[in-house]
Design a protein around this ligand. Structure first.
Ligand SMILES: Nc1ncnc2c1ncn2[C@@H]1O[C@H](COP(=O)(O)OP(=O)(O)O)[C@@H](O)[C@H]1O
Ligand SMILES: [Mg+2]
Length: 366
């Protein structure tokens, strides 16, 4: 059997689908090809609306998004294979995260909903596709998130070193690999880029604050920062996970931010991400390996480094994996785990009652 897998991931930033073609060995991996696939603008708009407005989550609209996002993920996989010049018959499985529309692990009837129909992907690629990775963990009482920690542990654990893997996506999450061999822990720390993207979108119509240049022009307002940090999410004990449905402009608007200079708010939001991230890490790390799009935000990374004196903060590149592809590779790895009948969640992270083989397997249709 081949050991080639594809991982497809799109996070809360909705900046595009990350696709990675990966070969797995027993304790190693090789990334053969990567591809970043943009959503067509109208589909991205529809997704943003469905995330924002409950009225946009009618059954017919969600079904339509499920199919159309599935088609887009299929295109990402097909383009990836073309670039790699690899035939689909040599790929064992695709692990497709899909696009989260709603993540409610703490609701009385908990769920996490991703659109991007695995059957559509399997039918059109001829490759068995695993999707819906979060539900099994939620049914076992877990958060269904974060799911990358088991992969981080497999790839990055280093006996004798307290290593933290920090993923700065729309939401930030940490994985704590303990040097003493105790159970890996981890959780969502709160906003990464999502509020920075939303605020610059509102004031300047830009998708993101390139290199943190706008934030660097502002002054952090410490009173506002303290009020934002007083949100109960930050002090809540793990297991915990969050999303765009919580940390968004409506949340920010509850703090009467209108009286401040927009650039000062951007600087303060950068400090909010940096402080909540470093509060979670401080005292737990000899070394921090960073991945996710936030690593390109120079101002944010400067703040994170400043608050972790004596800790070695570096990109995951130093441990052999490009920081832009860690999440997509994690879903290729999760597909490999499921295909081999192995669990993909870490109960010490998600709070699930036990490990589980994750996802729904959509058999290849020829
Ligand atoms: N050069 C850059 N400067 C500042 N921010 C950046 C840069 N490149 C990427 N980003 C940020 O990274 C985000 C995408 O990160 P990603 O890890 O893909 O998040 P997600 O998993 O939520 O999709 C963008 O929305 C943007 O905020
Ligand atoms: Mg992304």
């Amino acid at each position: 059997m081949s050991d080639l897998y594809i991982g497809l991931m799109s996070g809360t930033s909705m900046d595009g689908i990350d696709a990675a073609l990966v070969r797995f060995g027993d304790a190693s991996l090789e990334v053969l090809e990567t591809h970043e696939h943009a959503y067509p603008a109208p589909l991205r708009e529809r997704l943003a609306e469905a995330i924002r407005l409950s009225s946009a989550r009618s059954l017919a609209n969600v079904e339509s998004l499920h199919r159309n996002v599935g088609l887009c993920f299929r295109d990402a996989a097909m383009t990836l294979l073309e670039k790699a010049n690899v035939d689909q018959s040599s790929v064992t499985a695709i692990g497709s995260h899909g696009q989260t529309i709603r993540h409610e692990p703490n609701a009385p009837e908990p769920y996490s909903l991703q659109v991007g129909d695995g059957t559509v992907i399997a039918a059109d690629t001829g490759i068995t596709t695993i999707s819906d990775f979060r539900t099994a963990d939620i049914e076992l009482g877990g958060q269904g998130a974060p799911l990358a920690p088991a992969f981080h542990e497999w790839l990055f654990r280093r006996p004798g070193t307290d290593r933290v893997i920090l993923n700065v996506g729309g939401i930030s999450n940490v994985t704590m690999l303990h040097g003493d061999g105790s159970d890996t822990t981890g959780f969502d720390t709160g906003p990464g880029n999502t509020l920075l993207d939303a605020w610059i979108g509102r004031h300047r119509g830009e998708a993101f604050d390139r290199d943190g240049g706008w934030a660097a022009q502002g002054q952090v307002n410490n009173i506002l920062l303290e009020r934002l940090l007083a949100d109960p999410y930050f002090a809540a004990p793990p297991p915990k996970s969050t999303g765009f449905e919580y940390f968004n402009l409506e949340w920010l608007d509850t703090f009467d931010i209108g009286e401040h200079e927009p650039a000062d708010v951007q600087a303060t939001l950068g400090a909010l991400s940096a402080n909540s991230i470093t509060d979670a890490i401080r005292g737990n790390a000899d070394e921090v390996l960073v991945c996710g799009g936030g690593i390109h935000n120079r101002e944010l990374m400067r703040r994170i480094r400043d608050r972790l004196p004596g800790v070695d903060v570096a990109a995951t590149t130093s441990a052999g994996l490009d920081p832009d592809w860690v999440e997509a590779v994690a879903f290729a790895w999760l597909a490999m785990r499921t295909t081999r009948g192995l669990p993909g969640n870490l109960p010490a992270v998600t709070g699930a009652s036990h490990p589980a083989v994750l996802g729904i397997t959509h058999r290849a249709i020829w």
